[in-house]
Design a protein around this ligand. Structure first.
Ligand code: ZN
Length: 389
């Protein structure tokens, strides 16, 4: 079985790594200043940091929002909706919402078939200890599998889009249908200020033109119950017509990864993951095996760069971590076999797909141009501070 790193040249640029974080020229359009500091760092210091307050200014801002959520929720069973994956960000957010803010959230979980044992344990420990209500949406597995297989067969990098799409769409569709005005999300600058570039398999999860094109070409069964939500439906219809508002509390309070892990562990016996996004076995496989070995991209560079910028990780420690795979070889091979079997492929078939000709989102229909226009408008009016490219 040939599952070694493929001999992929990701682009023609001479290799360069940022001297401040660990982003590098595997992002083909990355730019550096004369000191070798990259654009992600510049964006962080010039655009994010000056507007990011986790002191009393942040608290006073978020408490006003919380009071409004409470007032609007009077007489209702729940005043807000929180999507929970069992990962750190959403778990800590639930704790804050209930214990610190006194909110009455409904927790919403999507079971897409790939929960790790740790994530199931974590969700239950949070729900039981905080005595909150949990709604679980179970995705039709045949449709989930069909879309995931279609993405793998299309040879694009973004094979985690079906999961991202279903997590996102289920939550927003549920909010709109059940008249929730507020969705709290665990999105945050502290651990995510460096966004992975699109070419690292991080293209928009809600570009339905793209998703439908891939499914039309490689899918086998119609997606009749599969929850979807196009980016414009979410950004325009749900926000403006249904009035669904997204609140990101973690950006207004101190949120330090190691402290949050310790608190959740001590209070709820919550179990940490070795690495971000490992709550789903598929995502873990995608980020630690498929993407680095088939395409030559290591997303840990973005994750660790975020932590370096927010002073939660030392650059040398990050370089040491990325010098070897996150999981040992035996585990990686086991996971490869697990993924093949779960998707009804033989190991040989998945190996053949692994060795197939690599493509990217540009090879399929998409609406990137119009989305880019929308993002530029959002950045211009100050609603989006991260760099998308
Ligand atoms: Zn940098």
């Amino acid at each position: 079985m040939s599952l070694e790193y493929r001999n992929i040249k990701v682009n023609d640029r001479p290799y360069q790594m940022c001297t401040n974080c660990i982003m590098d020229t595997t992002d083909s359009s990355i730019t550096f200043d004369e000191k070798g500091v990259c654009e992600y760092c510049q964006n962080y210091y010039n655009t994010i940091l000056p507007n990011w307050n986790t002191d009393e200014r942040g608290e006073s801002h978020i408490m006003k929002v919380i009071e409004k959520i409470k007032k609007d929720g009077e007489g209702k069973d729940h005043d807000c909706l929180i999507g929970i994956s069992g990962g750190l960000d959403s778990s800590y957010l639930v704790y804050l919402a209930k214990e610190k803010f006194g909110l009455r959230p409904l927790l919403f979980h999507v079971d897409a078939g790939w929960n790790s044992d740790i994530s199931t344990h974590n969700i239950h420990s949070i729900v039981d200890n905080l005595e909150l209500d949990l709604y679980t949406e179970v995705v039709n597995w045949d449709e989930m599998k069909d879309l995931q297989l279609a993405f793998i067969k299309s040879q694009v990098r973004d094979i985690d889009i079906p999961q991202d799409l279903v997590f996102f769409s289920s939550l927003y569709n549920f909010a709109a249908k059940n008249k929730f005005k507020y969705i709290l999300t665990g999105g945050n600058f502290s651990t995510e200020c460096v966004r992975e570039p699109f070419e690292w398999g991080a293209y928009y999860q809600t570009d339905m033109t793209y998703i439908n094109d891939i499914h039309r070409k490689f899918g086998k069964i119609p997606l009749t119950t599969f929850p979807t939500c196009d980016i414009f439906k979410y950004k325009i219809l749900y926000r403006l017509i249904n009035g669904v508002r997204v609140v990101k509390p973690l950006d207004h309070v101190p949120f330090i990864k190691e402290e949050a892990i310790k608190l959740l562990h001590d209070k709820f016996n919550w179990t940490p993951y070795p690495h971000k996004h490992h709550e789903s076995r598929f995502t873990r496989f995608f980020e630690s095996f498929w993407l680095p070995r088939k395409f030559g991209y290591d997303r840990r560079k973005a994750h660790f760069s975020s932590l370096i910028l927010t002073n939660q990780m030392n650059r040398d420690a990050a370089l040491d971590r990325i010098s070897r795979p996150e999981l040992d070889e035996q585990t990686l091979i086991q996971e490869f076999e697990y993924v093949a079997q779960k998707l009804d492929l033989s190991v040989e078939e998945l190996t053949k797909l692994f060795n197939g000709e690599n493509k990217n989102y540009m090879d399929y229909r998409n609406k990137l141009k119009i989305i880019n226009l929308g993002t530029r408008i959002m950045q211009f009016i100050g609603l989006e501070k991260r760099t998308f490219k």
